[in-house]
Design a protein around this ligand. Structure first.
Ligand code: CA
Ligand code: CA
Length: 651
C-alpha cells in the first residue's frame, strides 16, 4: 500500500506510520488535602487505554465509515459511493480520481484485506491504479496486491513466490529499485508490535485505526512469509537486469568556472543547518558584522555575519546543527539509507542497511529512540547537501545560510504540535530572514522544506489532554497550516526581488489538494515549486506534483553532494531537486543581474524539456536556459546597442 501519508514534510524522517510515541500519563495536580493527594496519586497511573476492547469489526467500521463519508464530502462531484462495486468491475466507468479519493479507496482496500476479502482488496487497488489522476499512483498498492496474491496461492511456498513475482512484474524497470514496498520495511513481529503499541498511545481515530488494522491484521502475515517476498524481489530484479539498460537522462549541466561574463550573485540556503566551513571560499559576508558577540550593524541580530540561525535549544546557536560526535560517528554511515527511506525507496542497498539496524527494535521506546537518532543525522546533513548542490559549477555565487530549527520538527515538536507562541516565534524568525535577504540583496533562496497538514495532525493526536476528537485535531491542524501559510506569504511579499525555490515534497501527493505549505501558497509570483525526476528523467516515485503548480522538475534521486564531514554521498528527495533548480537560477542571475524573479521562472520553465508520458511537466535544461539568457540580456555597456541581436530567437 501507499505509505500511510506520514511522510509529510520534505524533511520528515518518518517511516510508514512511524513517529516516536511515549505513554501518556495524567500529570498530578498539586494536592490540597489528603483526599486530593489520594486522587492525585491515582491520577499518576496511566489512564486506561481507549483502545482496550476494540475488536476487528469495530476498527474496520471506524475506518470504512470515515472513508465512505469522505469519499462523498471531499473532492469534486461525479463520484458515486454507491457505485464503487460497479467502478471496481468496470474502472472505465469511474471518474478520474483525486489524490484524496485514492487514499480513501486504499483505506477501504486495507479494511478488505484485514477482513480477508481478497477480491475486494485487489479490485479497489486496481481501480486506483486505473483511474488516479496522479500518474505515480499507477504503481500504488504493491504490498496489498502481493499479499492478496500470496494468500490466494495456497500453502505451497513456490506457488506463493510465483504469485508475488506476478505482481512485482507490473513495476517498470526504472522504478523497480525505488519502489515503495512496505514489506521490505517491517521484518519482525516485534517491530510490528512496537508499531502497534506506538499507535495506540495516540487517540482512537480513523487514521490510527487504519494503522492498527494494517500492523496487526495485515502485516503479520507478510512478515511471517517475508522470505518469499524477498525471493520474489530477487527473482524479478534478476529478470530486469537481463534486459537492455535504459539510457540515463542528460541534464545538460553547465559549469560557469572561468566564465568572464558572470558577476558575483548572493544566494541563500534556508534549511535546518549548513556547515559553513565547507563553503568558506564562497560565503557571503556581512561587512559591518564581525563575529564578536555584538550586533555591530544594529539590525537586532548578533553576529549575522554569514546568515541567521534560529533554534529553541539555547545550546544550538550555530548555522550548523550539531547532534554530537557520538551520534555522527554511529549513525552518519546510514545517512544515505535514511534519505532513501524518507523518499519511500525501501529497495536500495543503503535502505536495506538501515532496515537491518531497525530489526533490533523490540518495543515502542526503542523504536522512538532509534527514530530520533536517525532524525538527528538527517538534520545534521540535510542543509549542507542542499548547499553543495546549489553552488555546484557556480563560483560566482556567494552563500548566505539561514537555519530554522522548526523545520527539524521531530526534535523540536516531539509528539506535539506547535503552540501559538511558537508560531509567533516562527513569524519573527521569518521576518528577520526577510530583512536579511533585502539588506544583502540575496537573489535566489532555496528552501527544501515544507509543512503538510497530515504531519501536524499526527503530532496533535498525541496531545490527548488537548484534543479529544478527530474533528478537533483537524481543526487545530488547519489553523496551524493557515498560520504558517501566512508566515510564508510575508517573506514572499516582503522580498519581491528574490526568487524562492521550494521543494514540492516527498509524499506522492498533489500539493494543492493537500495544501502543502509553502508549496501551495497562492498569488505569489516569486515562488517556484520543484518536483523530482530520477536519473532516467521519469517522475521520482515519491515526488509531489500538481499539473499547474509543479511544472518544473529536476534531478532528485541519488544526487551526489557534500555532507558536513566533507564526504560525498548521493541522497534522494525533492530536497535535492530544488537546489538543482536554485543552482540554475543563481547562474542565470550571475549572467544577467537584471533578471527579475518572474523572468527567471519564465526562462527556466520555457527552456525546460517536456517529461515523457504518462507524466507531465518539464525538466530544466541548463544549457538552453543559459544560452537564452546570454542571447537576450542587455549588453554590459549600453553604448554598444549594435552588439544586441536584432530580435530574440523564437523558441
Ligand atoms: Ca547584526
Ligand atoms: Ca558582531
Amino acid at each position: 500500500m501507499r505509505q500511510p501519508s506520514l511522510i509529510a514534510m520534505t524533511l520528515a524522517l518518518l517511516l510508514p506510520a512511524c513517529g516516536a510515541r511515549q505513554s501518556t500519563t495524567t500529570r498530578a495536580p498539586v494536592a490540597a488535602s489528603a483526599a486530593d493527594a489520594q486522587v492525585a496519586a491515582s491520577a499518576d497511573v496511566p489512564a486506561a487505554s481507549p483502545w482496550q476492547g476494540l475488536a476487528l469489526g469495530e476498527l474496520s467500521a471506524l475506518v470504512r465509515d470515515d472513508a465512505q463519508r469522505r469519499l462523498v464530502t471531499e473532492g469534486e462531484p461525479g463520484f458515486d459511493v454507491a457505485q464503487i462495486a460497479a467502478y471496481v468491475a468496470h474502472p472505465e466507468q469511474s471518474p478520474a480520481l483525486s489524490g484524496k479519493r485514492c487514499d480513501r479507496l486504499l483505506d477501504l482496500a486495507v479494511v478488505a484485506l484485514a477482513n480477508h476479502a481478497l477480491d475486494e482488496a485487489e479490485g479497489l487497488v486496481r481501480l486506483v491504479r486505473a483511474r488516479a489522476r496522479n500518474r505515480n499512483m499507477v504503481f500504488a498498492g504493491t504490498t496489498v496486491l502481493s499479499e492478496v496474491a500470496r494468500q490466494r496461492a495456497g500453502e505451497d511456498p513456490a506457488a506463493q513466490q510465483r504469485a508475488i513475482e506476478g505482481v512485482l512484474r507490473e513495476l517498470p524497470r526504472p522504478r523497480f529499485g525505488a519502489a515503495t514496498v512496505v514489506f521490505q520495511v517491517f521484518q519482525t513481529q516485534a517491530q510490528l508490535d512496537a508499531r502497534v503499541e506506538q499507535t495506540k498511545q495516540q487517540m482512537v481515530s480513523p487514521e490510527t485505526a487504519r494503522a492498527v488494522l494494517w500492523f496487526s491484521e495485515v502485516m503479520p502475515g507478510v512478515v511471517r512469509h517475508r522470505e518469499r517476498f524477498l525471493a520474489a524481489v530477487t527473482a524479478v530484479r534478476a529478470e530486469l537486469d537481463r534486459q537492455p539498460a535504459e539510457p540515463d537522462y542528460n541534464f545538460r549541466d553547465v559549469d560557469l568556472a572561468g566564465q568572464r561574463d558572470a558577476r558575483p550573485v548572493n544566494v541563500a540556503v534556508w534549511d535546518v543547518g549548513t556547515n559553513p566551513e565547507l563553503f568558506r571560499a564562497q560565503l557571503m559576508e556581512n561587512p559591518g558584522e564581525p563575529a564578536n558577540g555584538q550586533d555591530d550593524d544594529h539590525d537586532g541580530l548578533v553576529d549575522d555575519t554569514h546568515g541567521i540561525a534560529h533554534d529553541p535549544d539555547p545550546s544550538q546557536t550555530a548555522l550548523f546543527y550539531n547532534p554530537g560526535e557520538e551520534i555522527i560517528r554511529q549513525y552518519s554511515p546510514f545517512l544515505r539509507g535514511i534519505m532513501d527511506l524518507r523518499a519511500g525507496m525501501a529497495s536500495t542497498p543503503a535502505a536495506q542497511r538501515v532496515l537491518e539496524l531497525q530489526r533490533g527494535v523490540t518495543d515502542a521506546a526503542a523504536a522512538r529512540a532509534l527514530d530520533q537518532r536517525l532524525d538527528a543525522v538527517g538534520e545534521w546533513a540535510h542543509g549542507t547537501h542542499v548547499a553543495g548542490i546549489m553552488l555546484r559549477g557556480n563560483p560566482h555565487a556567494r552563500l548566505a545560510i539561514f537555519r530554522s530549527a522548526w523545520a527539524g520538527e521531530s526534535r523540536v515538536y516531539d509528539q506535539r504540535g506547535p503552540t501559538d507562541a511558537e508560531l509567533d516565534a516562527e513569524a519573527a524568525n521569518i521576518d528577520a530572514i526577510a530583512g536579511f535577504i533585502n539588506r544583502h540583496h540575496i537573489r535566489v533562496v532555496n528552501a527544501s522544506l515544507g509543512f503538510s497538514r497530515e504531519y501536524v495532525e499526527d503530532s496533535l493526536r498525541h496531545e490527548r489532554s488537548l484534543y479529544r476528537t478527530e474533528a478537533e485535531v483537524r481543526a487545530r491542524a488547519e489553523a496551524v497550516q493557515e498560520r504558517r501559510r501566512a508566515n510564508w506569504q510575508r517573506v514572499f511579499t516582503q522580498c519581491p526581488q528574490t526568487l524562492f525555490v521550494v521543494a514540492a515534497g516527498n509524499s506522492n501527493q498533489d500539493v494543492m489538494e493537500y495544501g502543502e505549505v509553502p508549496a501551495s501558497n497562492q498569488g505569489v509570483t516569486n515562488l517556484l515549486v520543484v518536483g523530482a525526476v530520477d536519473r532516467f528523467g521519469h517522475w521520482a516515485t515519491f515526488t509531489n506534483s500538481n499539473p499547474d503548480r509543479v511544472v518544473v522538475f529536476d534531478h532528485g534521486v541519488e544526487v551526489d553532494s557534500l555532507v558536513p564531514s566533507g564526504e560525498r554521498v548521493p541522497l534522494s528527495g525533492t530536497s535535492m531537486a530544488s537546489p538543482n533548480v536554485a543552482n540554475l537560477a543563481g547562474k542565470l542571475a550571475a549572467l544577467d543581474p537584471a533578471l527579475t524573479p518572474e523572468r527567471l521562472i519564465t526562462v527556466i520553465r520555457d527552456t525546460g524539456r517536456p517529461i515523457a508520458a504518462p507524466f507531465s511537466g518539464r525538466i530544466t535544461d541548463e544549457a538552453a536556459a543559459i544560452a537564452r539568457v546570454r542571447r537576450e540580456r542587455r549588453p554590459a555597456r549600453p553604448a554598444a546597442p549594435a552588439a544586441r541581436p536584432a530580435a530574440p530567437a523564437a523558441r
